[in-house]
Design a protein around this ligand. Structure first.
Ligand SMILES: Nc1ncnc2c1ncn2[C@@H]1O[C@H](COP(=O)(O)OP(=O)(O)OP(=O)(O)O)[C@@H](O)[C@H]1O
Length: 340
């Protein structure tokens, strides 16, 4: 493991009974980086988080987190010391509902050696000050989620694991949560966020890992994932259907009433539009959501075709499924420069 890697998984596999739920997962997360763990229901995300927490022992592979070799069956004391450095917000968190918010947080803080004065500060910071002495049973789902997040970060963890952290949170609370994530990451904490809310996580991730049926479908930073997938930039120009025939240079990019091009062609295409006095258009860059849907549909096509996703040429599958995408890629060397 590299000195700065907080998480290093090598060929990790797991099954429950006969059912394989994780296969050959490799992952490295550097200190201070944020990983978005994405995938369909049942893809294996929570199982992976439980392996990183040391709650589940994988049947195969190497798991090194914060220097602890989890696959080597560490002692109870070593596991306890290891977990003291980790913050965890589970999916569907629940607390003993007769306790107040303050009591719950003080309990978790005491377990990790954190002072009561810090608890008071965090309760206020998380907007729960007004309800701190009320029993949890009077809390809304969002209030419980805020409290869950507060207990996860109260001891300034080195690694923070968040499983569906924004479920039940209002937009302001989600924004607050991600601002805290950015703050912790700046301070060197590594963060793994398992989420289906792709728009929310997109601006905050350093690395995304897309999982499907227990396998890693793609992993990397967004620019490299986008480059590999070659998802099109979409340029919408009102009324283009009326005049596109007069511009053969644009026709290779024209599909279903809009222009589609690769990221590196965008500037040239926009310059061309300006040169023909077309200034009214919108440009939509490919998003994490586009990437996700693209990968999941490739997986679906492989399943339908009865072939392994890992062994398939996934881009070839996309070409068959999306005429415009293949069309644009085929013309990726076309230059507009001379035509302007
Ligand atoms: N304790 C268990 N015993 C048996 N099978 C399990 C157990 N926990 C999870 N599974 C199975 O393992 C697979 C992966 O589940 P997991 O909870 O890791 O998925 P997930 O990606 O977190 O899903 P979701 O997005 O729905 O939370 C699923 O098929 C699930 O049914």
């Amino acid at each position: 493991m590299k000195q700065s890697s907080h998480v290093s998984l090598n060929q990790v596999s797991h099954h429950y009974g006969e059912r394989a739920v994780l296969s050959d997962i490799d992952l490295t997360l550097e200190a201070g980086n944020t990983l978005a763990l994405l995938g369909h229901n049942g893809a294996g995300k929570s199982t992976l988080i439980k392996i990183i927490l040391g709650l589940v022992s994988p049947v195969a592979g190497m798991v090194n987190v914060l220097g602890c070799e989890l696959n080597q069956k560490p002692s109870a004391a070593a596991l306890q010391a290891y977990r003291a450095q980790i913050g965890y917000l589970p999916e569907n968190i629940s607390f003993y509902d007769k306790m107040t918010g303050r009591e719950v947080l003080e309990y978790f803080a005491a377990l990790k050696g954190v002072s009561a004065s810090k608890v008071a500060h965090i309760i206020d910071e998380f907007g729960l000050g007004y309800a701190k002495d009320q029993p949890i049973k009077t809390y809304s789902k969002g209030m419980k989620q805020r409290l869950g997040f507060a207990q996860a970060i109260v001891a300034e963890p080195k690694l923070l694991l968040l499983d569906e952290p924004t479920v039940g949170l209002d937009p302001q609370a989600s924004q607050f949560l991600y601002s805290k994530v950015a703050e912790l990451s700046k301070a060197g904490c590594s963060i793994i966020v398992c989420t289906h809310e792709l728009n929310l996580i997109e601006p905050h991730l350093d690395v995304a890992m897309l999982m499907g049926r227990g396998r890693c479908l793609a992993v990397g930073d967004l620019p490299s994932l986008m480059a590999t997938e070659q998802l099109p930039v979409i340029i919408r120009v009102p009324g283009i259907g009326h005049w596109i025939n007069a511009h053969p240079q644009l026709q290779p990019f024209y599909y279903q009433g809009e222009l589609r091009c690769q990221l590196e062609q965008k500037t040239e295409l926009v310059a061309y539009l300006a040169s023909i006095n077309q200034f009214e258009f919108t440009v939509k860059q490919p998003s994490l959501t586009d990437l996700y849907h693209n990968k999941v549909s490739q997986l679906q096509q492989c399943n339908d075709a009865g072939i392994s996703f890992i062994e398939s040429d996934s881009n070839a599958l996309v070409d068959r499924s999306n005429a415009s995408y293949g069309h644009t890629k085929a013309n990726s060397s076309l230059t507009l420069g001379g035509a302007v």
